[in-house]
Design a protein around this ligand. Structure first.
Ligand SMILES: NC(=O)c1ccc[n+]([C@@H]2O[C@H](COP(=O)([O-])OP(=O)(O)OC[C@H]3O[C@@H](n4cnc5c(N)ncnc54)[C@H](OP(=O)(O)O)[C@@H]3O)[C@@H](O)[C@H]2O)c1
Length: 289
């Protein structure tokens, strides 16, 4: 297949390119790319890139992903996550192309105590989750029979900005670090999500709707940070803190573990194994696993 990846300069875009490339022809496009520039907030830009790339499938991993920034830059956040997603979906509909659109666990309010399925009720708390859900709705409306919406969570990888890199940096700068212990989620390795998206692209384009794809197991941010420091041999005192003490600008779900009930044949390794793989790739793995 010829696949256009929008958001190719981002964390997931990087892994999509290297995962899809051996078996498919991949064209990457992003807002800052000199060769294949796209601004999904501009419908004309999207149409032009689709017509010059002429793909068989579009994967949209572009988003305004700064969760706290979405609270203060609401207009920009909605332009990308809601209307931008809609622009991509409408351009795909006009060109009769299927779309895989990436979404988030933050569409849920976190009051559940068992994993959210693809059919669980939506109730986003902050602007990021609300705008991403509005994007999902625009995708569904434009492409009722030829979209896959893939919700993921707590993404990390060797490329781009993420919690693993932030913790390694802070852990080396400080003696003492407080990390939130009352938010639980499913850390997901971007390389494994890219492999899951590849399988979905190859097997599920005829089966539209929402899919959940996250790393196996679950943990709190505190537990995730502690394991990062242990495996990377970083000596820092990690303390548990609470969401209210941490006082981030954006509200976040207390529990956003996702259950994959739609495509159980796709195996996502446990987050701890993913972390080991990621640290190994970064040259940061020190401890005996
Ligand atoms: N990161 C997470 O923890 C997480 C969790 C759940 C779901 N997700 C979802 O997973 C997907 C991939 O996330 P990621 O971590 O790979 O994000 P990322 O690293 O921030 O990549 C997103 C890419 O989209 C680009 N972009 C932003 N505005 C654009 C526009 N108007 N037109 C075209 N491209 C634009 C960004 O460019 P700039 O950097 O130059 O703005 C960036 O290269 C997103 O849909 C996100 O909502 C992420």
């Amino acid at each position: 297949m010829k696949i256009l990846v929008i958001g190719s300069a981002g964390q997931l875009g990087y892994d999509l390119n290297r995962t899809l490339s051996p078996d498919h022809s991949v064209q990457g496009a992003d807002v800052e790319r000199a060769d294949f520039k796209i601004d999904i907030t501009d419908p004309e830009s999207v149409k032009m890139v689709l017509s010059s790339s002429a793909p068989d499938l579009v994967i949209n991993s572009a988003a305004f992903t700064n969760v706290d920034g979405c609270e203060t830059r609401k207009e920009a956040c909605w332009a990308v996550n809601a209307d931008g997603a809609g622009n991509v979906a409408r351009a795909c509909a006009a060109a009769s192309l299927p779309l895989i659109h990436v979404s988030t666990d933050y569409v849920f309010d976190g009051t559940a105590r068992q994993p959210y399925t693809e059919a669980s009720p939506i109730a986003p708390l902050g602007e990021y989750g609300k705008s991403k859900y509005a994007g999902e709705e625009q995708v569904r409306e434009a492409l009722p029979g030829s979209h896959l919406i893939v919700r993921t969570a707590w993404l990390f990888g060797s490329f781009g900005h993420n919690f693993v890199k932030t913790m390694l940096k802070l852990g080396r700068e400080r003696d003492d670090l407080a990390v939130v212990n009352d938010q639980t989620g499913g850390p997901t390795y971007a390389g494994h999500l890219a492999a899951a998206l590849k399988t979905l692209a190859e097997t599920r384009l005829g089966d539209p709707g929402v899919y959940h794809m996250t790393g196996g197991g679950h943990c709190t941010w505190y537990e995730f940070a502690s394991e990062i420091f242990r495996l990377a041999g970083v000596n820092v005192n990690v303390r548990r803190t609470t969401t209210s003490e941490f006082n981030a600008p954006a509200p976040r779900p207390a529990y956003s573990v996702l259950a994959n009930t739609r495509a159980p044949e796709i195996f996502m390794p446990h987050w701890r194994d993913c972390l080991i793989e990621c640290l190994k790739e970064m040259g940061e793995l020190q401890a005996e696993c």
